[in-house]
Design a protein around this ligand. Sequence first.
Ligand code: MLT
Length: 392
Amino acid sequence: MKINHDFDNLVENYLFAEVASRTTRYVEANPDKKVIKMGIGDVTLPLAPVVVEAMKKGADELANKETFKGYPSYEGYAFLREAISGYYAKNGVEVAADEIFVSDGAKSDCGNIGDIFSKDNVVLVTDPVYPVYVDSNIMAGRKIVYAPSTAENGFCAMPDENVHADIIYLCSPNNPTGAVYSAEQLKIWIDYALKNDAIILFDSAYEAFISDDSPRSIFAVEGARQCAIEFCSLSKTAGFTGTRCGYTVIPKELERDGHNIHKLWYRRQSTKFNGVSYPVQCAAAAVFSETGLNQIKENINYYRKNAKVITDTMDELGIYYTGGKNSPYIWIKCPNDLGSWEFFDLLLEKSNVVGTPGEGFGDCGKGYLRFTAFASYEDTVEAMQRIKDMLK
Ligand code: MLT
């Protein structure tokens, strides 16, 4: 018996597991200290009232013989897929309900999508990068090439015509840098993908944080239907990190290597996935109702206010950063030329604040650190005051 030896090529721990274990060690050794966590992007505000109501109602239906439901459909209930399609339409994007696959989140789909593609494909990721794209492709034994995102290109890596790729992961607003691609930049990626006969895997998990006219979906840009798949999630949009619900959009006409991609994904999902529970799909549909959208907006505005506290502090300290405006992430240059993990340790020990070391997101993240705006307002203000006290 042999294990999958591609796992030997992974770093030992998943980034957020490593941050959590270092934090736990510190907390156990210093039980009197109040540690403020701004590392993993986990939400803290409760679900919106209309969402909870819908979830309870869904659970009640399962308690009655007449309304009980067993297995959901593999691709999600029609009422939720129609609600998601309506949400796209509100943002000016045409996505049909039957192009949407409901899932337990964007992380799973971004990792699982590789099942339908050959091991021989070359994968392109921007660097720094959400570790799931890299780790899941290392597990599959694929070759990965990196497009550097740096301060020089505003952390919006662009394609190099001399590099060939078959699968391209893009995330906008970006995790971890908070940078956002313009429609013109996305068009350049789309043209590059079409020229290379590649597929773009577009992660739009943070689209709800966009506050200007940047595209919230790659399907807002011409040509995307011929080369893109989009992953989105209610985790950050509506506080579903624990509830779990996301969706993946695959245009019906998307074809590669003589195969229809939508059909392949359906085949994969129906084999390995049994859908999202009925009460959660009811809750998810409520997010897209008029009341739901208003209620989640209040939560997003709360996190935006936190992001402003962080960016104001960085401005005051003269520290370079990206993000915060269209994103719950603020990507900062570590002060005094410290390395990412060095600054992480210093922050934890001297300020009792947790960030995520930029280096954990890739080589181009060296010397950077990421804060999230998902803590409480009070904790965010306190964390920033502690950092000011430490650095002044
Ligand atoms: C993050 O902190 O980058 C996110 O919480 C990760 C995720 O969404 O899986």
